[in-house]
Design a protein around this ligand. Structure first.
Ligand SMILES: NC(=O)c1ccc[n+]([C@@H]2O[C@H](COP(=O)([O-])OP(=O)(O)OC[C@H]3O[C@@H](n4cnc5c(N)ncnc54)[C@H](O)[C@@H]3O)[C@@H](O)[C@H]2O)c1
Length: 577
């Protein structure tokens, strides 16, 4: 089915999932080869080009490329897209339907069946399926140089991988039926620009502060594959299929960058390129493994929330297990070898994520921008004092507060007696000041004007408004508590009150002293080490959030408070839309 245009011979192919992470570079490479007419088939209603896709834009306007809106669940759509083509590359959807079995099944397995049937009906010559190295993975089991003789997994890492294995088997079994030749490629941990899985997960880890931790020794070897190499492998495999090699037709091949790497080295390389700190804190692998298993077990027992397809669990497993594949069959039979090195791939990926440390973490001292803590403190006089902007003023305030603390709490007097003594001292000082002569030894003594002691009407009104507002909030809270349905509100009110009671009865003086010292030091320290403190706090908060969510699920909370449920609900809603 070669097409001859202007004396040049073209072959027509269709790339299903051509707007996805792996599909895009494949389309780009096919167009660069110059002997293909490329049909891009995807589920987006129209093709939205990015500014960097000038080659594709040109090909679309010259007719060398065209776009088809398809849903692989409907065979008639597929037939329209592939009619007249000789080759079909099939990249199915990646884990995008969470744990909805029905949707995943219809897209991955039924979609593969539809594609095979349509290829046979339209007399397509070659079908290449983008599978995954995951189809041979058993949960928590090492693979050390495994080759294509490995059987399919008996304990799939997740439901979608199970379905992918079925789709792959269907494609391979269809080889040589009705003149269709098929093969499958199994890339191992593909990464690259536009990847919303491995690369974006690592970027997220680096940003969140979890990147400071190394799980286990980090010495386990893993094969990663740069996305351009996956695209190139598809083209190599198509050539090999075309020559009808018996080692290629109906076979699957592992695809890697041929450079297995220690997991921690790969992560360090990514972090380094992104300008983030390398991992420094080691967590024993047994601890991580058991904690992960306990969280997964607890979550599955307590709710209908599935931990499948939660990328962080995949990353933990990846960080602890060897995932090394033997890629020599792909080298030998389809003539594959990587065209982009791992280091280059990481550099391009990091650049594309536009998250270099310089751009995302500018130091406040280098700019006029207010720091986060300055904004947090309201950006006014209090912020200026607590952040030691004017050292003399801050020091005076500090001494004044230390004096007040001493006078009321450390002097051993009762509160009323301290207050009356202080008022007496102020009255005597004011009276003494007022009888001073206007000049003493030639130095004039300034008079204090009466307006100094006045409180303006506006300030008084604001003060009353604030009191009224606080009173209304407290009475609203009391009303909610009296209804007795909301555990969340009850805990929110009871815990701080109990802590306050403990502090007042046992160690108020000590607590106020500590608070005073902290107020004048902690904000300053936070401003200096904001990045480090934020990332550590992120780690602690995410642990507490998981613990809190689990705890809340055990309590009879109103449905609205189970935010994870509502999130799951809304994501289901989106999928159905
Ligand atoms: N990213 C990786 O690390 C990796 C590694 C190995 C294998 N794989 C596998 O390769 C395949 C492609 O991966 P990807 O990362 O490019 O996925 P992707 O989600 O980026 O791309 C899939 C494309 O399929 C399209 N699509 C979704 N539903 C569709 C439907 N019903 N009909 C037609 N098109 C539909 C999507 O719009 C998307 O453009 C997946 O099966 C994935 O499991 C990915």
């Amino acid at each position: 089915m070669a097409i001859v245009e202007e004396g040049k011979e073209f072959e027509m192919c269709v790339v299903f999932g051509g707007r996805g992470f792996i599909g895009k570079p494949l389309v780009d490479r096919l167009l660069r080869l110059g002997n293909w007419i490329v049909r891009i088939a995807d589920s987006f209603p129209t093709i939205q080009l990015e500014p960097s896709e000038s080659l594709l834009s040109h090909a679309l306007s010259s007719g060398r490329a065209s776009y088809f809106h398809v849903d692989v669940r409907h065979k008639s759509n597929i037939i329209t897209a592939i009619d007249g083509a000789s080759v079909v590359f099939y990249m199915d959807a990646r884990d995008s339907y969470g744990h909805d079995f029905y949707i995943s099944y219809t897209i991955v397995v039924q979609g593969a069946k539809n594609i095979i049937a349509a290829c046979q009906e339209c007399k397509v010559k070659r079908l290449l399926y983008n599978s995954s190295a995951d189809v041979v993975l058993n949960s928590w089991q090492d693979i050390n140089g495994g080759d294509e003789s490995l059987p399919y997994s008996s304990k799939f890492v997740n439901m979608v991988t199970d379905l992918k294995a079925q789709a792959e088997a269907l494609v391979l079994v269809a080889n040589d039926a009705d003149g269709l030749l098929t093969c499958a490629l199994r890339p191992s941990y593909a990464f690259g620009p536009g990847d919303n899985y491995l690369s974006s997960l690592l970027v997220g880890v680096a940003k969140s502060g979890w990147g400071k931790f190394i799980i286990g020794l980090g010495d386990n070897m893993t094969d990663f594959t740069y996305v351009e190499n996956v695209a190139y492998a598809h083209i190599c495999a198509d050539k090999a299929l075309n020559s009808r090699g018996s080692h290629v037709c109906g076979k699957a091949f592992f695809i890697t960058n041929l450079k297995p790497m220690k997991f921690k080295d790969f992560v360090s390389l990514v972090f380094q390129r992104l300008g983030y700190q390398r991992s420094i804190i080691k967590i024993p692998d047994m601890v991580t493994q058991y904690v992960t298993l306990i969280i997964k077990w607890t979550v599955s027992r307590m709710s209908n929330w599935s931990t499948e397809n939660v990328p962080v669990f995949d990353i933990i497993e990846l960080a602890l297990c060897h995932r090394k594949f033997n890629c020599s069959a792909a080298q030998k039979y389809i003539g594959y070898s990587p065209v982009v090195s791992l280091e280059e791939g990481v550099a391009v990926t990091a650049k594309s994520s536009q998250l270099t440390r310089e751009s995302s973490f500018s130091s406040y001292s280098d700019t006029d921008e207010e720091s986060k803590v300055h904004k947090l403190l309201g950006g006014g006089k209090v912020a200026e004092i607590l952040l030691w902007r004017d050292e003399q003023r801050t020091f005076t305030c500090f001494l004044l507060l230390v004096f007040i603390h001493y006078w009321f709490f450390l002097s051993g007097r009762s509160f009323l007696s301290s207050l009356s003594q202080l008022l007496l001292m102020i009255a005597v000082a004011l009276w003494g000041y007022s009888i001073l002569p206007p000049t003493i030894y030639g130095i004039s003594v300034p008079r204090i004007s009466w307006s100094f002691f006045e409180i303006s009407e506006v300030d008084m009104r604001n003060c009353f408004y604030n009191v009224a507002y606080m009173w209304n909030r407290v009475s609203h809270l009391a009303k909610l508590l009296a209804q007795g349905e909301d555990w969340h509100i009850f805990l929110k009110a009871a815990i701080p009150l109990y802590v306050l009671k403990l502090v007042i009865s046992d160690c108020l003086t000590f607590a106020l002293g500590v608070a005073l010292a902290l107020a004048f030091t902690s904000f300053l320290i936070y401003e200096q080490y904001e990045d480090e403190i934020d990332s550590t706090a992120n780690v602690i908060f995410s642990i507490l959030k998981v613990a809190f969510t689990l705890l809340m699920r055990r309590l009879p909370l109103p449905q609205a408070l189970l935010y994870s449920d509502s999130e799951i609900g809304s994501s289901r809603l989106n999928i159905k839309q």
